[in-house]
Design a protein around this ligand. Structure first.
Ligand code: EPZ
Length: 419
């Protein structure tokens, strides 16, 4: 529902067991790469989130057959037709940019609308565009769209200006069936990039070096249909772990991909959380007061993830000591600060990339607005510590990436309702 809200009342510990949903940021590029299959793809246990539902709409607009059976998607791209990605749909979801690589590979020409920025930043696509140009793709601006022609593309070595996740994933998809050897240097190392490569290699692609800053792709003619389950969502897992750090208690996380969350686990342990990992299962507990992390600086993987920055900012309000948070990835990812101040938080903004937080604060509850996906989830975390009710509105932006956040938290003992 458009105007739904979360009503959160703090004070409860979190206890119990949770299975973490599949990763939004792995599922979306994998759904795009399914276009490249010469057969039918079955994606299992996909997250029930609006970004995935929108990606299905975009695929269907390209005449791809998509069938949803519970949380499984059967995707058959064999009758897909080369049509411009629906502009309105593309604008509604930034991740449509991931379709650039797969549609260009499949149809040889494609038109995408400039996905536009979002609240956390301008979200340019220059690295994808310039890299494809270096591979011989012709790019022609057409109004607020871009027309790409890959009929004369050639495999070669390229180096990215920045290890951009979307650019890396577009180039991998584009080069899978491009004759010859393509080498991408300074590429993104995120676990979701690795998952995309694992999916494509299972289909018969020849991709080497996933997870390192140099990926080599040998073009193949055919990619067969496969069954695949995207990896667990490290950001959702991290959000739940930080919720336990805020509320106290003990929670067991299954499918929480601990080895892709090392930085967060190291920081939470150093602050005083007890975290045990056994056979990929994370057990996190918090009994005593936490001490501050002192400095949290986000960066490209394996640095601390920007997608967990807002959550750690909220946690920093409640610990003993001062915390400095530096956001190096996006230029506008402190939107939550204004909302937290409505709850009585005291936060010092040093510049658009740096804030300083005194700990040992108590929030008074109140009405706040979710402005971006991860900031919105973090406002819910703030409500878990507030004495009085915290009402979070515009929760549609939280539903983009969390499969019923209120169900996850209330199953663990939190007092949170969707209204
Ligand atoms: C992906 O976004 C994720 N989204 C983001 O998660 C994540 O925060 C980000 O990677 C960084 O890890 C998905 O995977 C769907 P980038 P993406 O290209 O690919 C600049 C969430 O909450 N840049 O690595 O857009 C850009 O402005 C979302 O789940 C260029 O300058 O990230 C940004 O400052 C938020 N030119 C930085 O690089 C480009 O062509 C990182 O962008 C591309 C990016």
């Amino acid at each position: 529902m458009k105007n739904s809200k979360f009503v959160v009342r703090g004070g409860n510990e979190l206890n119990g067991e949770i299975t973490i949903q599949a990763s939004k940021n792995a599922t979306l590029p994998i759904m795009s790469a399914a276009l490249l299959a010469d057969g039918s793809i079955k994606l299992k246990n996909c997250p029930n989130i609006s970004d995935v539902a929108n990606m299905v709409k975009i695929l269907k607009s390209l005449n791809v057959k998509v069938k949803k059976i519970k949380n499984n998607y059967i995707i058959n791209p064999q009758n897909a037709s080369n049509s411009q990605i629906d502009c309105e749909l593309a604008k509604s979801m930034r991740s449509s940019i991931f379709l650039l690589g797969s549609t260009l590979s499949k149809f040889k020409t494609t038109t995408i609308s400039m996905p536009g920025g979002c609240k956390i930043g301008a979200r340019p696509i220059d690295i994808s565009v310039n890299s494809l140009k270096k591979l011989g793709v012709k790019v022609v601006p057409q109004g607020d769209c871009l027309f790409f022609d890959a009929t004369k593309a050639k495999a070669k070595k390229i180096k990215l200006r920045l290890p951009s996740v979307s650019a890396t994933e577009n180039l991998i998809q584009f080069a899978c069936k491009l004759k010859g050897k393509t080498v991408i240097k300074n590429c993104a190392r995120e676990p979701e990039v690795v998952d995309l490569c694992n999916f494509l290699n299972l289909m018969g692609a020849k991709i080497f070096g996933a997870g390192t800053s140099k990926i080599t792709i040998i073009g193949v003619d055919k990619l067969v249909g496969v069954e695949y389950q995207p990896i667990g969502d490290r950001i959702v897992a991290g959000t739940i772990m930080i919720a336990v750090a805020i509320c106290g208690g003990e929670v067991v996380l299954k499918n929480g991909v601990p080895y892709q969350n090392k930085k967060l686990i190291k920081i939470l342990s150093s602050m005083g959380c007890k975290i045990n990992i056994k056979n990929d299962i994370i057990t996190i507990s918090r009994q005593n007061k936490l001490s501050s992390a002192k400095l949290i600086s986000t960066g490209c993987y394996p640095s601390f993830p920007t997608d967990l920055q807002s959550q750690m900012l909220v946690l920093s309000l409640f610990v003993e000591g001062k915390t400095r948070i530096v956001e190096t990835v996006f230029e506008n990812r402190f939107l939550i600060v204004g909302e937290l101040k409505k709850l009585g938080a005291r936060i010092k903004t040093l510049n658009n990339r740096e804030v300083e937080i005194e700990g040992m604060q108590f929030l008074k509850g109140g009405e706040v607005l979710a402005q971006d996906l991860r900031g919105g989830a973090s406002l819910v975390l703030a409500g878990l510590m507030g004495k009085a009710a915290t009402i979070v509105s515009n929760i549609a932006c939280i539903d983009r990436g969390y499969d019923s956040l209120e169900k996850m938290l209330s199953r663990l003992g939190a007092d949170i309702k969707r209204q």
